[in-house]
Design a protein around this ligand. Structure first.
Ligand SMILES: Cc1ncc(COP(=O)(O)O)c(C=O)c1O
Length: 390
């Protein structure tokens, strides 16, 4: 190990959503925040020094995305996932949630049906509602400790006229890293019924041993032709605050419609720090990432130990990827709607309430384990002690 992920960091008073909005969100400041999906680790040294070097120029005028920016992303997908993408397929977006919203605006009309797979990342619901599209749920099925796609329902919904399907691959919050077989089945059904796929692959780099992330669009040329993929260094290298991501769109018609939307509202500029950070991360971040994965895997084992032996009433849905643990708390002797408050007020831990990810997330809590191990152990001990006092 070269990087010290155990290093304690003070993130207070840095305009951090995770830390500095605690009073607003949880009603108190003395909770350990384990919610929003950024990590309590420093970014890789190569990223920090690229930003510092650019900052030292002291002129921060308008900038554009050079070819080297896109080449860094192309080499990353090729090197790590053997997915060969072409430079003219790529487009900058100032974050993936904006990208998903822009795709909805570019490719669908008000009233059109958009399908998602709850329990799922809540901004997908907001994107559909805020843009007056019609929400279609293809609920995932929790079976033998893993979330699976209900393919029969998936097809049924498509038959009923879904225009667009938003995939989370790997899945937030369920942690499933979709297999080739699952992706192929979903992708081929989308083609058969003429639905476009938005593949949000922001968590693609955080996958644990025994599992493999496969880009949806890499399954076949036909699926690629129906898919807009989003990737970003945001989660992987802890640079979400730089709002820099990439859309990959092989189909010329989809690309034209999407790019028109991005440029017409002048969202294509981005920021110079995000630009240099993405390049540095994708060009020089491999070893740091491999070490991070090892560390996160260790954290996951700690959570497993606790849920198996010490946290009565809580089961872990073991994630195959992402640094998010989905805790099944339905066996706690607490009303499902009061579990989050119990975690805040009794355990002093700030988690995401499962219900915000959809009706079938009720009774679950999401715990972000992208933090030093001693913080994680403290949190789990707090929860253990709170449960004992029930
Ligand atoms: C599935 C998913 N998509 C998108 C995002 C956020 O993307 P961005 O910050 O680039 O808008 C997150 C962050 O948690 C996420 O989990």
């Amino acid at each position: 190990m070269h990087h010290n992920f155990d290093e304690p960091l003070n993130r207070e008073n840095t305009h951090s959503v995770k830390y500095d909005l605690r009073r607003k969100l949880f009603g108190r400041e003395d909770v350990i925040p384990m919610w929003v999906a950024d990590m309590d680790f420093k970014a890789p040294p190569a990223v920090a020094s690229a930003i510092q070097q650019r900052a030292s120029h002291e002129v921060y005028g308008y900038s554009f995305h050079p070819e080297s920016f896109f080449q860094a992303a192309i080499r990353w997908t090729q090197r790590r996932y053997q997915w060969q993408v072409q430079s003219n397929w790529l487009t900058f977006t100032p974050g993936i949630v904006p990208g998903v919203n822009l795709a909805l605006l570019a490719l669908t009309q008000p009233g059109d049906k958009v399908m998602i797979q709850p329990p799922v990342y809540f901004p997908f619901f907001h994107a559909i509602h805020n843009n007056n599209r019609q929400l279609v749920e293809n609920r995932l099925i929790l079976k033998n400790g893993r979330y699976h796609v209900d393919l029969e329902d998936f097809e049924h919904q498509l038959k009923n006229g879904v225009q667009l399907f938003i995939l989370s691959n790997p899945h937030n919050p369920g942690g499933s890293v979709w297999t080739r077989q699952e992706l192929k089945a979903m992708g081929e059904l989308c083609i058969r019924y003429g639905a476009t796929i938005i593949a949000d692959e922001i968590h693609s780099d955080i996958v644990f041993s025994g599992h493999h992330y496969i880009p949806m669009a890499s399954i076949s040329d036909q699926i690629a032709d129906h898919t807009i993929t989003f990737i970003a260094p945001s989660k992987t290298f802890n640079v979400a605050g730089l709002a820099t991501s990439v859309g990959i769109i092989p189909n010329a018609r989809l690309r034209k419609a999407f790019n028109h939307m991005v440029t017409s509202i002048h969202l294509n500029k981005g920021n110079i720090f995000g630009t240099v950070a993405l390049e540095a991360a994708y060009n020089h971040g491999d070893q740091w990432l491999d070490e991070l994965l090892e560390y996160l895997q260790g954290n996951l084992q700690v959570i497993e130990q606790y849920t198996r032996h010490r946290l009565d009433g809580i089961d872990l849905v073991r994630p195959e990827g992402t640094f998010l643990a989905w805790l099944d708390c339905r066996n706690l002797p607490i009303d499902n709607d009061k579990i989050n408050a119990f975690m805040i007020d009794q355990a002093r831990v700030g988690l995401n309430d499962g219900a915000s990810f959809g009706e079938n997330g009720r009774g679950f809590q999401r715990l972000n384990f992208g933090c030093p191990r001693h913080t994680l152990e403290k949190v789990l001990t707090h929860i253990e002690q709170a449960i004992r006092k029930i």
